[in-house]
Write a protein that binds this ligand. Structure first.
Ligand code: ADP
Length: 229
């Protein structure tokens, strides 16, 4: 079963009198438990695809199906539910709240909104997540007291807090050195294998995309090649 299926996506950005054709007709099937890399050089359209499948942006043309449902016909409530319950997002720049410690950053999605969880249960779950990303000894640290790789692992734990079935990460290793990027990727891969969470991450780094089970290589807004392991 496809968790995400996109059909003939076209995205055009207006640029003054001109327009930029960021995606020129991209179709893709992502199945449950997939570990997918959206790869390609800078400007090939990776962020544009990631924003569309994260439901942050909409395509100019084409369709996006999540769990076999066309997102274009969903009402606001259904879209909000998908965003909050089915999809976790990891940002290139981590986006942690600097005044909160590691534990508080990860539990934040469970303190507010629809996914609220009672405190004892929440603490147990967050401890488990931080163990999974190898940061159980950093609970009380502020983000500024952590390395880039550790901050990104906190961001992964936070994205997993609401138990999403899909995690979408736009260039999660771009701000990290090679060894640290590989460690972050290893954490994602382990969670993919143990929990069955579908991961989709973009990268311009061949050393990173080679580790995916499904590599979608973009060039100039089109899929140039696609490889499944
Ligand atoms: P990548 O993530 O692979 O670097 P992007 O999806 O960011 O690629 O960009 C694809 C193309 O779309 C590039 O030519 C970029 O300059 C252009 N682009 C992206 N966002 C915008 C925008 N908001 N306005 C105009 N052009 C954009």
């Amino acid at each position: 079963m496809s968790v995400i299926s996109i059909h003939n996506l076209v995205k055009t950005y207006p640029l003054g009198q001109l327009s930029v054709h960021a995606l020129k007709g991209v179709s893709l099937e992502i199945t449950a438990g997939d570990f997918v890399s959206v790869a390609g050089p800078s400007g090939s359209g990776k962020t544009t695809i990631m924003n569309i499948i994260s439901l942050i942006d909409t395509p100019t043309q084409g369709q996006v199906f999540i769990n076999d449902k066309d997102t274009a016909v969903m009402n606001r409530r259904e879209l909000t539910r998908l965003r909050h319950e089915e999809i976790g997002i990891v940002f290139q720049s981590f986006n942690l709240l600097p005044v909160l410690n590691v534990m508080e950053n990860v539990e934040l999605p469970l303190v507010i909104g629809k996914n609220r969880m009672p405190k004892a249960e929440r603490r147990e779950w967050v401890n488990h997540l931080l163990e999974e990303v190898g940061l159980q000894d950093r609970l009380g640290h502020k983000p500024s007291e952590l390395s880039g790789g550790q901050q990104q692992r906190v961001a992964i734990a936070r994205a997993l807090a609401t138990k999403p079935r899909i995690v979408i990460a736009d260039e999660p290793t771009a701000n990290l050195d090679t060894a640290t990027g590989e460690r972050v990727l290893e954490v994602m891969k382990t969670i993919n294998k143990t929990e069955g969470t579908t991961f989709i991450f973009s990268t311009h780094d061949p050393g990173i995309w080679e580790r995916a089970d499904h590599v979608v290589f973009l060039r100039d807004g089109l899929i140039e090649s696609e490889k499944r392991r």
